[in-house]
Design a protein. Structure first.
Lengths: 382, 239
């Protein structure tokens, strides 16, 4: 390693190229993961309950509601009147629901989602008041007692502004307002009930979703009319994850292609540099070969040197990414209620081909030259 | 005395038997070394002289195994070294041979002392002391921790000599040791090189017959042929 230590002007470009490409790739993957995380985190409440609603009617039919309510894993059904606000994410504005609930249900949903009221109070009946988790409050840049901007151009929303009267913490993101106030203020045409199905135990959530899906998929079998289930949507966490994976699938494929191109370019660059540097060390290797050092030993030495450089470049790139993303999260994303994924295993795996391909490309070309090296030819160079 | 036959040689030391090196082109065959028979005894000081292009350096390469002969054989203490497996030849070269080439070929990113210790795997305290001792005897001890680019050409040549001697090789091959040195330094260097005879054989390729004054045997090459061999007890070649 003496060579690399004493030749930083040569070591840094190769190590730096690897580190920067690793940083680039891990950043892209992390940003893409942040899209995923933004949706899963902001819709994380769907792990606690599932929501059923219809697009063209105010309520779902009593027959469907009764059938769904009678499935074995349902503990209770809470009727909410949601409206939507948008929050900022790494991929732009994303709509999230604010549930209009009765005071009793508001407390139950708060508890169910693992939250506690840490500041302020719950909304008073018939008042334009709202409670939300701190992350969403930060995202809306609203402090306790301030007005929350809840307008949305395309989705059903309130005409009036609401005051943030309570901060929730500790669980999934959620926002709750008073149901009576929503019914009063939300335009009649966009009022839709959303039925929140609560499981008997959190471990039964998947079974509950399966039951509800079966009811919707087999109306005849459940003695329901087709119009009972037409246009009815069931929002579950599994469905959210599946849709997300399907939608992001193309992006991940695109990422793999971009990853390949970056790796190819860096490998080519590193291969060229490795050759240039080896050319400058030909006398050294020719000399060692003349002194009787076996090619295998010299190759091993080159492999250790290249391997260490590539490893350091890779780890340096990951460290750089982790540091930058952590700082970004600490100083900007979290204070603004934005979700930023960690440098996780998928990001690391996407960067892994870089050191491998770069190592193989640079070492491969150099080893071929090493094994065809004629020490006399080197010795006789003047 | 010219080119003796194999039967005249004893088993110890380094022996060449009809050693030939040719370079083929589409039309001609050029002999760099042609059917050379010679013997260098253990702990002898041997010189190989001849004009440029006479084949003396090629002969050194063949004797040391750096180049493979087209035909003929080299025996190292009666072992047919030239016919051994490449790895065995390499191991023998590393353990038994030392080299001082015309160019010093110092590794630029290593200190002078580190360069001196290059032939030794895992140098220990005693090796470092030996390296320092050699640098001292060659008058460049103060350069031990300098890089080659901080030294003059002559100093680098002397460092390469210390490198050739450091592992006390059984055979030390030296190519034109005084070519780039002034008279006084050249004499000092030769004195250090002669110390090689305390534990091994010294083989010097040179134009300068003066440095071979006390050689045990001198071989004169011309056009790839060994044309003359002079032993100390029966000198033929005059300076």
């Amino acid at each position: 390693m003496t060579y690399y230590r004493r030749n930083l002007a040569r070591t840094l470009p190769v190590g730096g190229a690897i580190a920067i490409s690793v940083f680039l790739i891990s950043s892209i993957v992390t940003l893409l993961n942040s899209v995923d995380d933004s949706i899963l985190v902001n819709y994380g409440f769907l792990r606690r309950f599932s929501a059923m609603g219809t697009q063209y009617e105010k309520n779902i039919s009593p027959a469907l509601l009764n059938k769904a309510r009678s499935t074995p894993h349902v503990k209770s059904v809470i009727v909410s009147i949601p409206y939507f606000v948008t929050i900022k994410t790494v991929f732009g504005q994303m709509p999230v629901p604010i549930y209009g609930l009765t005071p009793k249900d508001a407390r139950e949903i708060t508890k169910l989602t693992g939250n506690k009221l840490v500041a302020g109070r719950f909304p008073n009946p018939n008042e334009p008041e709202i409670v939300m988790t701190r992350s969403w409050a930060n995202n809306k840049r609203a402090k306790l007692g301030e007005i929350v901007e809840v307008k949305h151009e395309r989705l059903p929303t309130l005409r009036a502004k609401q005051k943030l009267v309570g901060i929730l913490e500790g669980g999934d993101n959620i926002a709750i307002t008073d149901q009576a106030y929503v019914l009063l203020e939300l335009p009649e045409a966009v009022i839709r009930s959303s039925y929140l199905f609560l499981p008997k135990a959190s471990s039964e959530m998947r079974a509950l979703n399966n039951d509800l899906n079966k009811v919707l998929q087999s109306p005849k079998h459940n003695k329901l009319k087709p119009e009972d289930v037409n246009y009815v949507q069931l929002y579950t966490f599994e469905k959210l994850v599946k849709e997300l994976r399907d939608n992001l699938g193309f992006l991940y494929k695109f990422l793999a292609v971009a990853d390949g191109l970056v790796i190819g370019a860096v490998a080519l660059l590193s291969g060229f540099l490795a050759n240039i540097y080896f050319e400058q060390r030909l006398a050294e290797f020719g000399l060692l070969s003349a002194f009787g050092f076996r090619r295998e030993r010299l190759a091993k030495r080159l492999m250790i040197e290249s391997g260490a450089l590539v490893l350091i470049g890779w780890l340096g790139g990951l460290f750089l990414s982790a540091m930058i993303f952590r700082l970004l999260d600490y100083y900007y994303m979290s204070p603004n209620g934005l979700v930023l994924a960690d440098i996780n295993m998928s990001a690391i795996l996407y960067t892994l081909p870089t050191p491998i391909i770069v190592g193989v490309a640079s070492l491969g070309t150099v080893l071929i030259r090493l094994y065809t090296l004629d020490p006399i030819e080197i010795m006789e160079r003047r | 005395m010219t080119n003796p036959t194999t039967s005249e040689y004893s088993a110890s030391g380094l022996r060449a038997d009809k050693l030939t090196l040719t370079f083929e082109t589409s039309r001609t065959t050029t002999y760099a070394v042609r059917e050379v028979n010679l013997q260098i005894g253990a702990r002898e000081f041997a010189g190989i002289v001849g004009p440029s292009g006479s084949g003396k350096t090629s002969l050194m390469y063949l004797l040391s195994g750096l180049r493979t002969a087209t035909s003929g054989a080299v025996f190292l203490n009666d072992w047919e070294y030239s016919a051994a497996a490449p790895t065995e030849r390499l191991d023998a070269r590393r353990k038994s041979f030392g080299f001082v080439f015309q160019q010093p070929f110092l590794v630029p990113y290593l200190h002078i002392l580190e360069n001196v210790l290059v032939p030794i795997e895992n140098a220990r305290e005693a090796d470092i002391a030996r390296g320092m001792e050699l640098l001292d005897s060659l008058g460049i001890a103060d350069l031990a921790h300098k890089f080659p680019n901080e030294c003059s050409g002559g100093e680098r040549v002397r460092a390469s000599m210390a490198r050739g001697l450091v592992h006390r090789p059984e055979y030390l091959f030296v190519d034109e040791p005084t070519a780039s040195l002034d008279g006084a330094t050249g004499s000092k260097v030769m004195e250090v090189l002669r110390s090689q005879r305390d534990h091994g054989t010294l083989i010097v390729v040179t134009h300068d017959l003066e440095i071979l004054n006390d050689a045990d045997v001198v071989f004169r090459m011309r056009d790839g042929n060994l044309i003359e061999t002079a032993r100390a007890e029966n000198p033929v070649i005059s300076t």
